[in-house]
Structures are given as C-alpha cells and as structure tokens.
Design a protein around this ligand. Sequence first.
Ligand code: OGA
Ligand code: MN
Length: 393
Amino acid sequence: MENIMPPTSRRQQKILERQKQEATNRKQKTSSYVNQAPFRYAERNFKSRVPPPDYSKVVDLHHYDSKDPRIVKISLPNKLVSPFFREQDYSAYLLNDIPGLIIIQNPFTDKAQRHFIRECLKVYSQAPNTSNLDTHYTIPTEGLWNFYEQENRGDLGHDYCVPRKQVNNSTKNGYDSSSSESDEKPDPLPVETVPLLPPSQLIYKMRWVTLGYQYHWPTKTYHFDRRYDVPQEVDGLTRAVVTAIEGVGHNGWKNTYRGSDYRTEAGVVNYYQYRDTLMGHVDRSELNMQAPLVSISYGNDCIYLIGGTTRETEPVPLRLHSGDIIIMTEPCRRCFHGVPLIIENTLPSYLSPDKNHGEDDWELYGRYMSTSRINLNLRQVYPLNADQEKEEN
Ligand code: OGA
Ligand code: MN
C-alpha cells in the first residue's frame, strides 16, 4: 500500500525522477545499438565470432567479377617498376563508391615479401625507431628479434626476460622533465605491473613501430624535431607506386600528385595477431593531405573497411591479401577506415615456416607470420615546398 502512494518528500520525488531518467537512458542506449552508425555496424559484424560475420558484401579481388558494378578495373598509366616487383603490366582497381582509392594486387616477388617481413620484424623495429613496447620495457639495442633468435638457439639463460623500464620518482609524479612539447599530454608512463616476459612472448606484443618522423600518439601529432631516416628501399617502393598511379581517376576524381614530388617521410608498421583490430579512424596529422598514403599488407588476409568522411557512410569491406597495396589519394585521404578482422589460416605457402624457400633463417619468421599480419603504412608529412622553409629554420 505504502509504495503506490504519491511521493511526499522532495527527496523521494528526486529519486523517482532519477530512476525514470535512468530507464529512458537505458532505452536510448539499446535503440542506438540498433541504429548505430553504419561504420560501427560493419565493424561489429566483422568482429563478431558468434554468430560469424556476414561476408556477403566483401570485395575480394582474388575472385574478381567483371560484372560487379562496384569495381572498376583499369590499366596503370605508368609502368610499375621496382626490383621488388614482378616484371609485368599491372592493373589497378577502383571502387565506384570510394573516390580516390586505388588497389594494386600483390606486385611483389615472393622473395621480396619475405625480405620486407624480415626487415619489419628485425630491422625497422630497432632503436632509434619507437615501438609500443618502449613505454614499459627496456629493449636491448640489438633489437627484440635478435634476442628472440638467441633465445631460440638456446643462447640466452633459459629464464631470461626482457627488463621492465624503471619507474622513477619524476615519472611517477606524471612529470617527465625530458619531454618539452607534450606538457599537457605526456607520454604514457611505465607501469610496474606489465608482465616480465621472454623475447619469444614479448615479440607477439609488439603492435607498432614508427619510421621517419616519430609520432606522438597521445596528441596525434608528429615530433617534427624527432626525425629518423625512412629506409631507402621503402621510399623507393612508395615512389614507384606513386609514379605508377599518376593521372589515375574515374567519375570526377583524378589523382594529379606527381611521383617526383613524393617523399616518404613517416611510416607506421602495424603488427597484428589474430584477435587484434584497428578501430575506424582518419589519418589527419600530416600537413600534406594531398599526397597519397601507401599501405602494404603482408601475411594473413584481413578485412579492411573503407568508408566516407563520417561514420554515417556505409563502408566497403575489402579482403586484402599478402602483398596487396592500397593507395589513398586525395579525396580518400579523409575517409574513415579500419581493420576489424584478421582472417585465420590464410598465410600463403611462400611464407610458410614449413619450407625454407632456400633461406635458412626463414623458419622463425614463418612461424611468427603463421598467426600474424603486418601492415606498412607510409606517408608524406610536409608539402614539397616546405622543404626550403625547414632548411632555413
Ligand atoms: C594505419 C592504418 C591499416 C592497415 O596504420 O593508419 O590505417 O591495413 N592501417 O593495417
Ligand atoms: Mn590509417
């Protein structure tokens, strides 16, 4: 009887109002789950294990269907030439719904793919380049992969673990006197709770390495005063690609960027294990947003979502295979994209650890790649005419 009486005190009334509000919030939450932005909806679809994803809309150029109205096949205006590519005439693929996106199906020789995978794992990850592990661990200067090889040969103490970074008092207070430009958002602090791991396990926790201008993730800006060389052969590769796609266009867009104006100034190497994903985002930190962004896949296949300038556009899901190159030219540079799924057991046989491919050291790399995908993501940061200004400063 008592609880159907109208509330008497202001306090009771407030409580009832709050409960009502919470119920409304809950309702809105579930309905926004149904009406979520199309990009998020697609991400959820491909992240789902039970039920399994709906693959019906996936564009897979390995099964190219010339009748698919979404895809346009063209021949490249300029030859695609590099010592790492097979010598042949290449086609490129464009998507009617995504102006500016250009896809080149794996032009690499098998050997060149193995070469770049080695470089990504063993060489590009070494200091002074930064990796996600540097926050918490003191990686030996020879690089983590070298230590992994030593462990594998039995040359390290059998319980050797990579040391954790010391947490000292100045960093504990959230104040790192060595960081000048990032006062508002300092680099993440090392924590004592990360697990101590041997190289053979820590290597699987490497998620990214930055090349060239080092990227400051908390503020999403480049450290313009912290620049290392982008490996020359990577720059050679991207320039060959940017040159080959000069003048490519379709239905009102045209890539006019000149290969001779392209400089590979920054890069991210992304390392994915099976369950890793990359959330939808736009790369907008580069001062030169006109220059194409070149993105190369190695290892297991993935689903790559490419949408519009907001999450309200339904993205096209692309299945990318080892060696595939996608180029985001001007209009597409501002589009949301992400990787919601690495597709298991899709490592091509030329990367398999079970064969040595005439290369004695491949087994360990092949073993790593059996559960991995690597992405080389390459960007020009500055407009070309900024070169002069930089030198004058
Ligand atoms: C990125 C990116 C996509 C990929 O590093 O910004 O979008 O294919 N990577 O891993
Ligand atoms: Mn990106």
